[in-house]
Design a protein around this ligand. Structure first.
Ligand code: G4P
Length: 196
């Protein structure tokens, strides 16, 4: 997605060769109009996949999921990272290891909102080692629903998550795929050029 690559180039801050900061439109401040474009881009890429629901993980996955849900006309369910006072019944959970934070956490969602008829699009802001995505896949399967695809705003293609998920036969579509963050510069994979 050209517009996304432009925003990353103009506003992204390369923290080191592993981490990109995009707080101006994705991870802290949200640009709603731009988020609408991101939602449309996900709709384009998953229009043939029979998606009935979107599942994401709080917090930065929520904004692109809501605009994708709006574009696709489906509801959005976000998994929680912390126990909720009101969310206790019928929970499914999964343990997720964060390489960035070097800690385990338990994520959960209510099975009340997913059925075996649902075909789920999992959306997240970043794909690094794929731990969050694996946890979400695990929970979707526990509810009996099917994973119809994974939509990522920014994939760090030099980390293992994307390849591992694709090797499982899952359709993974990333709106921007970063090849490297060497020398303070963002380099994208060329294949992104073919997408709108
Ligand atoms: P993984 O799920 O792909 O294995 O990623 P990892 O555990 O390494 O990531 C943990 C958190 O860091 C996630 O956000 C993830 O989106 C984010 N993250 C990973 N790499 C980058 C990066 O290069 N830049 C930025 N900005 N974020 C990155 P989180 O802790 O769940 O945060 P939030 O959703 O509450 O904002």
């Amino acid at each position: 997605m050209e517009l996304l690559k432009k925003r990353i180039e103009e506003e992204g801050k390369v923290i080191n060769d592993q981490v990109l900061k995009v707080d101006s439109f994705l991870n802290h401040q949200v640009d709603p109009l731009f988020m609408m474009e991101i939602g449309e881009a996900f709709r384009e890429r998953f229009r043939q996949d029979g998606i009935t629901k979107i599942v994401t993980l709080e917090s930065s996955g929520i904004a692109p999921s809501v605009t994708a849900g709006l574009a696709m006309g489906v509801k959005v369910l976000f998994a929680r990272k912390r126990k909720s006072l009101t969310l206790k019944e019928g929970l499914v959970s999964s343990k997720v290891y964060s390489f960035t934070k070097q800690e385990w956490s338990e994520i959960s969602l209510s099975s009340e909102y997913l059925t075996s008829d649902d075909r789920v699009l999992i959306i997240d802001d970043f794909l690094a080692n794929g731990q969050a995505a694996q946890g979400l896949i695990d929970m979707v399967k526990q509810t009996g629903a099917t994973v119809g695809g994974i939509g990522i705003v920014i994939e760090k293609g030099f980390q293992t998550g994307g390849d591992t998920l694709r090797e499982q036969g899952i359709k993974v579509e990333s709106l921007a795929r970063i090849q490297s963050l060497q020398d303070g510069r963002v380099t994208f994979f060329e294949e992104e050029e073919v997408h709108v």
